[in-house]
Design a protein around this ligand. Sequence first.
Ligand SMILES: Cc1cc2nc3c(=O)[nH]c(=O)nc-3n(C[C@H](O)[C@H](O)[C@H](O)COP(=O)(O)O)c2cc1C
Length: 406
Amino acid sequence: MKEHSGHDVSPVFRPARLGSLELRNRVIRSGAYEGMCVDNGPSPDLVRHHRDLAAGGVGLTTVAYCAVSAGGRTFERQMFIRPGIVPRLREVTDGVHAAGGSASLQLGHCGSFSRNRDVPPGFPRGPSFGINRYGLLSGLPVGRAMTRDDVARTAGDFGDAAAMARESGFDAVELHLGHGYLLSQFLSPAANRRTDRYGGSLENRLRFAQEALARVREAVGADFPVLAKTNLADGFAGGLGIDEAVEVARRLQSAGVTALVLSGGFVSRTPFFLLRGDNPLKDMIEVEESRLHRVALRLFGPAVVRSYPFKEMFFLDLARRVREAVSMPLVLLGGIVSLDNMESALEDGFDFVCLARALIHDPNFVNRLKAGEVRRSACDHCNRCIAEMDRPGGVRCVLPLEGEGA
Ligand SMILES: Cc1cc2nc3c(=O)[nH]c(=O)nc-3n(C[C@H](O)[C@H](O)[C@H](O)COP(=O)(O)O)c2cc1C
């Protein structure tokens, strides 16, 4: 690999501050579920995966979708945070730090989007009673409404989880407020039909997220970087739209969030709004363990899962609306596949760029861009990595590495 080629003077590759944290560059690996858990905690594969990303040059790597409690899991194998896994999480952060990178832990809760049967009777729960399409064939056909106690306890779980993340050596945490998981369900007028102080106006729908954030701040202190991944739009009529998303950003800025990672989509309704590109239905059917689910996917999959064509920087136009409204650091995400994309994001006023699939394809992408070895990712957004998450060994790209830079 060439050491210097002129690309390393790009502002993308210069150190940058994320609150109190100095990152070696402006490239963040997006939280992308790895499928590398053992006993609901990190496996040696997960340690290797994030160490490789750090060795490959990312400034900050995000360990994906860690539930804040056992009941907050979408599926049984998923990681949930507890004191017993702190030593194994520490191995992840030690590996990342030894490779010169920084590490963030994405903290989430599935709400009613669950097919995890390892829950007490009466769960899963979200903002309001409704059909749980995702759990329909797993014996969890409905999501019930959370009580005020559920809300308070879960906000506390976010705080405890953030404290454990910090204790595990993470340099930041990212609260998941998007993609149709719990806090996004509360934010979405389509999913939240409550009439108490957690439903109705935007102020009310945001209250739970703000309470969770307050518990997190109490737990980690004022200086610790706390990112939030938010929706620019849910991607369907009646869901959260860009005007409210802008207001959410303003309020999260006032509430002391360090940076926003701007995304969109609702996993139960518009999963490909957040990804764009091909629908890997055939592969998803292949890895599905439940026979019933396989049949349902075959029959109804094409009709219910809408596709969206891939476009580079596909959230840019919506994200600009947020950029105009707040002064806090913003992270542009979605279809960033080249150094040109990254540089134009910075020119547009975004502070960081966040990538998932380009780094699943090649964990060394940042180093190779910096060395001038490649100009763009060869990821063709086939989205088969989505199905690979559920195969032994976890997420990977099915394409060979050859052909980059063409
Ligand atoms: C295999 C895979 C797993 C993902 N898992 C998560 C996840 O656990 N949490 C999350 O917030 N987003 C997840 N995403 C979405 C990505 O973080 C990102 O928002 C999306 O892929 C768009 O970025 P990209 O165009 O750089 O891939 C996942 C994406 C992929 C491809």
